[in-house]
Design a protein around this ligand. Structure first.
Ligand code: SF4
Length: 379
């Protein structure tokens, strides 16, 4: 027998299946129009998943988990008929060409709509119903776009959504392309729609998988802005080496930073990410770039989309002409760029630009996880 909460679990699973399907499909097509469409659809499914998770959380908090008599899984699948496709972990191995892929996507979207219509009859909460209805409409729009695309041999019917949402479209394509490039460089990569989603990915997807027992961080505004810093400190049973704590004596802070290089999980940001998949950083003390390079068993890099640059030259330009002077201002260092905002290659003790690193690949594979965030964060 299902409860309303369990039906919402299934709704979340449908969206997870959808996102996975579209991301796997991305690797199987050459056509850039279809690629862009699939990347966008993957993001849409991720956004829907988050919406269902929010509804589920509201249900949990309200302690609403009324059981629905006679609704067992076989009954549910039977009621869905051929529309049970979306409830299963979708496999795309057997899909032979672009046409089949688009048709499978349409079937998936139809099944999702059918499923959401079905669960609507068991959900009484008005907010939940309106969220389900909104998602149903969006899935229906996906079907329209996919159907138009399949009718055009040149596959150019994704024009409509590009024109509707040009900025979203731009970043969807850019982030997905960077994800693929970074994965090719052995980084594990996640895309988050915003800071809240990034926080959730770290807390609910990455940390449980790693099984870390100790955590620390390298200087990063993004780690604080996303709320990841607060989340990590609240984790029960986790040894915390807090290198952000205020009022710690300098000698003690150096010791903490030394110890932070041996933790299970090291979390920080990056000064730049190039479009060929390099992480580029410049440090004052060196503890942040040291942790990224070697020591901690796992590293999470949180990177807002403002960190993306075309190449190494632009990365260095960005860092020396923007990130470093802005950090000097944030930290109130006594350097010439504090007043001029321009790097003057200073030599005093407050200089924050001492050690560069270019992380071309993650070694071993997957040790560094990069969360690309679809909004501007940090410096
Ligand atoms: S080298 Fe000195 S002047 Fe240049 S950005 Fe760094 S701190 Fe500022």
């Amino acid at each position: 027998m299902f409860t309303a909460l369990e039906l919402l679990d299934l709704a979340v699973q449908v969206e997870i299946n959808g996102e996975k399907f579209y991301r796997q499909a991305l690797g199987r097509v050459e056509n850039v129009e279809i690629k862009a469409m699939l990347a966008w659809l993957a993001e849409e499914e991720a956004r829907h998943r988050q919406a269902f998770e929010t509804v589920r959380e509201q249900y949990r908090k309200a302690k609403r988990s009324e059981a629905i008599p006679m609704l067992h899984e076989p009954v549910l699948k039977a009621a869905m008929g051929r529309h049970a496709f979306s409830l299963d972990d979708l496999r795309i191995d057997s899909i032979r060409n672009e046409d089949e892929l688009i048709r499978s996507a349409i079937v998936f979207e139809e099944d999702s709509i059918q499923f959401f219509a079905f669960i609507s009859s068991f959900v009484s909460d008005k907010r939940a119903l309106s969220a389900i209805e909104e998602i149903r409409k969006e899935e229906s729009h996906h079907i329209d776009l996919l159907s138009k695309m399949i009718q055009r041999p040149d596959r150019r019917f994704s024009k409509e959504w590009k024109m509707d949402k040009p900025v979203e479209n731009f970043w969807t394509i850019r982030l997905n392309s960077l994800k693929e490039t970074l994965e090719g460089n052995n980084f594990a990569v996640y895309i988050a729609e915003n800071a809240t989603a990034a926080r959730k990915i770290v807390r609910e997807e990455i940390v449980p998988k790693i099984g870390a027992r100790s955590v620390s961080w390298g200087g990063s505004m993004t780690v604080v802005e996303t709320g990841v810093y607060e989340d990590m400190k609240a984790l029960p049973g986790m040894e915390i080496i807090d290198t952000y704590e205020k009022g710690v004596a300098p000698a003690d802070m150096i010791e903490r930073r030394r110890h932070s290089l041996l933790v299970d999980l090291f979390i920080t940001g990056t000064n730049a990410v190039t479009e060929i998949g390099q992480l580029v950083n410049l440090d004052m003390t060196g503890n942040r770039v040291a942790g990224i390079t070697f020591g901690p068993r796992n590293v999470i890099i949180l990177a807002g989309r403002n960190k993306i640059v075309p190449d190494l030259e632009d990365a260095m330009l960005r860092i020396k002409n923007f990130a470093a002077p802005a950090n000097v201002m944030r930290l109130d260092k006594k350097t010439p760029c504090l007043k001029t905002s321009i790097c003057e290659d200073c030599r005093g003790p407050d200089r924050i630009c001492n050690t560069w690193t270019i992380t071309e690949k993650s070694f071993p594979k997957g040790r560094i996880r990069v969360v690309l965030i679809n909004e501007d964060l940090g410096l």
